[in-house]
Design a protein. Structure first.
Length: 238
């Protein structure tokens, strides 16, 4: 997989261009909504939450991020802006979404390109559960991951399993919609049995479920070193 080297002088221009695309999307919605596509306000990560994701990744000085789910690109724009603002020389943003050119008719990818990000972001249009396995087999390493793909428990679990091998020890995994029992239960396994821990204060002011007050998004720090638990030590997680 190729890495992208930032051009000199990018610090004050390219990130601001991406931020402008983000603001336009948050204020006015996507430039078009394909027939039958999911509702923008319902599925997209709100702007304030995206700001928090960006700020956390900047604090982490992330240079390589794997993202599951693109949709209308709200989170992808925030992640790419973070990568540009870290000052890292080699940037990698791998986005996996098998529905981008079917359900979304490529709108999210068009928005990334409007921010000049098509040389930084690699879009993979196959199921994450298959592609992540190949990334792990290839020894690919990321500083962080953001997961907002399938909300079926088994798919989230498989995504997190392979991301636990791909994201470096001590790195972070962020998830949208942990307020859904299927997503929250998958995360609970990794907290209970593999030592994932919530990042203190991360996303603390983010969106919450109106009925329960549960946070919408979560951020988890992977243990360092990576654990190898004995199956006899398995602990029920939900």
């Amino acid at each position: 997989m190729n890495s992208i080297v930032q051009p000199d002088g990018v610090a004050g221009q390219w990130p601001d261009r991406v931020a402008a695309v983000r603001r336009e999307l948050a204020e006015h919605g996507p430039p078009r909504r394909p027939d039958g596509a999911p509702d923008f306000a319902t599925v997209t990560l709100p702007e304030h939450d995206c700001d928090q994701v960006r700020d956390l990744l900047v604090d982490e000085r992330a240079g390589t991020v794997v993202e599951v789910g693109l949709g209308y690109a709200s989170s992808a724009l925030a992640i790419s802006e973070a990568l540009l603002r870290t000052g890292a020389r080699n940037l990698r943003h791998v986005v996996i979404d098998p529905f981008q050119f079917t359900a979304y008719d490529g709108v999210g990818w068009e928005l990334l390109r409007s921010g000049g990000l098509d040389d930084i972001v690699e879009l993979v249009t196959e199921p994450s559960q298959r592609f992540l396995a190949r990334l792990a087999d290839a020894g690919f390493t990321a500083d962080a991951a953001f997961v907002d793909g399938s909300h079926h428990f088994h798919n989230v679990f498989v995504d997190l399993h392979f991301l636990s091998e791909i994201v470096r020890p001590g790195g972070v995994v962020l998830l949208d919609d942990v307020w859904w029992p299927s997503v929250g239960s998958a995360v609970a396994y990794f907290e209970t049995n593999l030592g994932w821990r919530p990042v203190p204060g991360a996303l603390a002011d983010g969106s919450t479920a109106p009925a329960t007050g549960r946070p919408r998004a979560g951020a988890y720090r992977l243990p360092d070193p990576r654990p190898t638990p004995d199956f006899k030590e398995f602990r029920p997680f939900c």
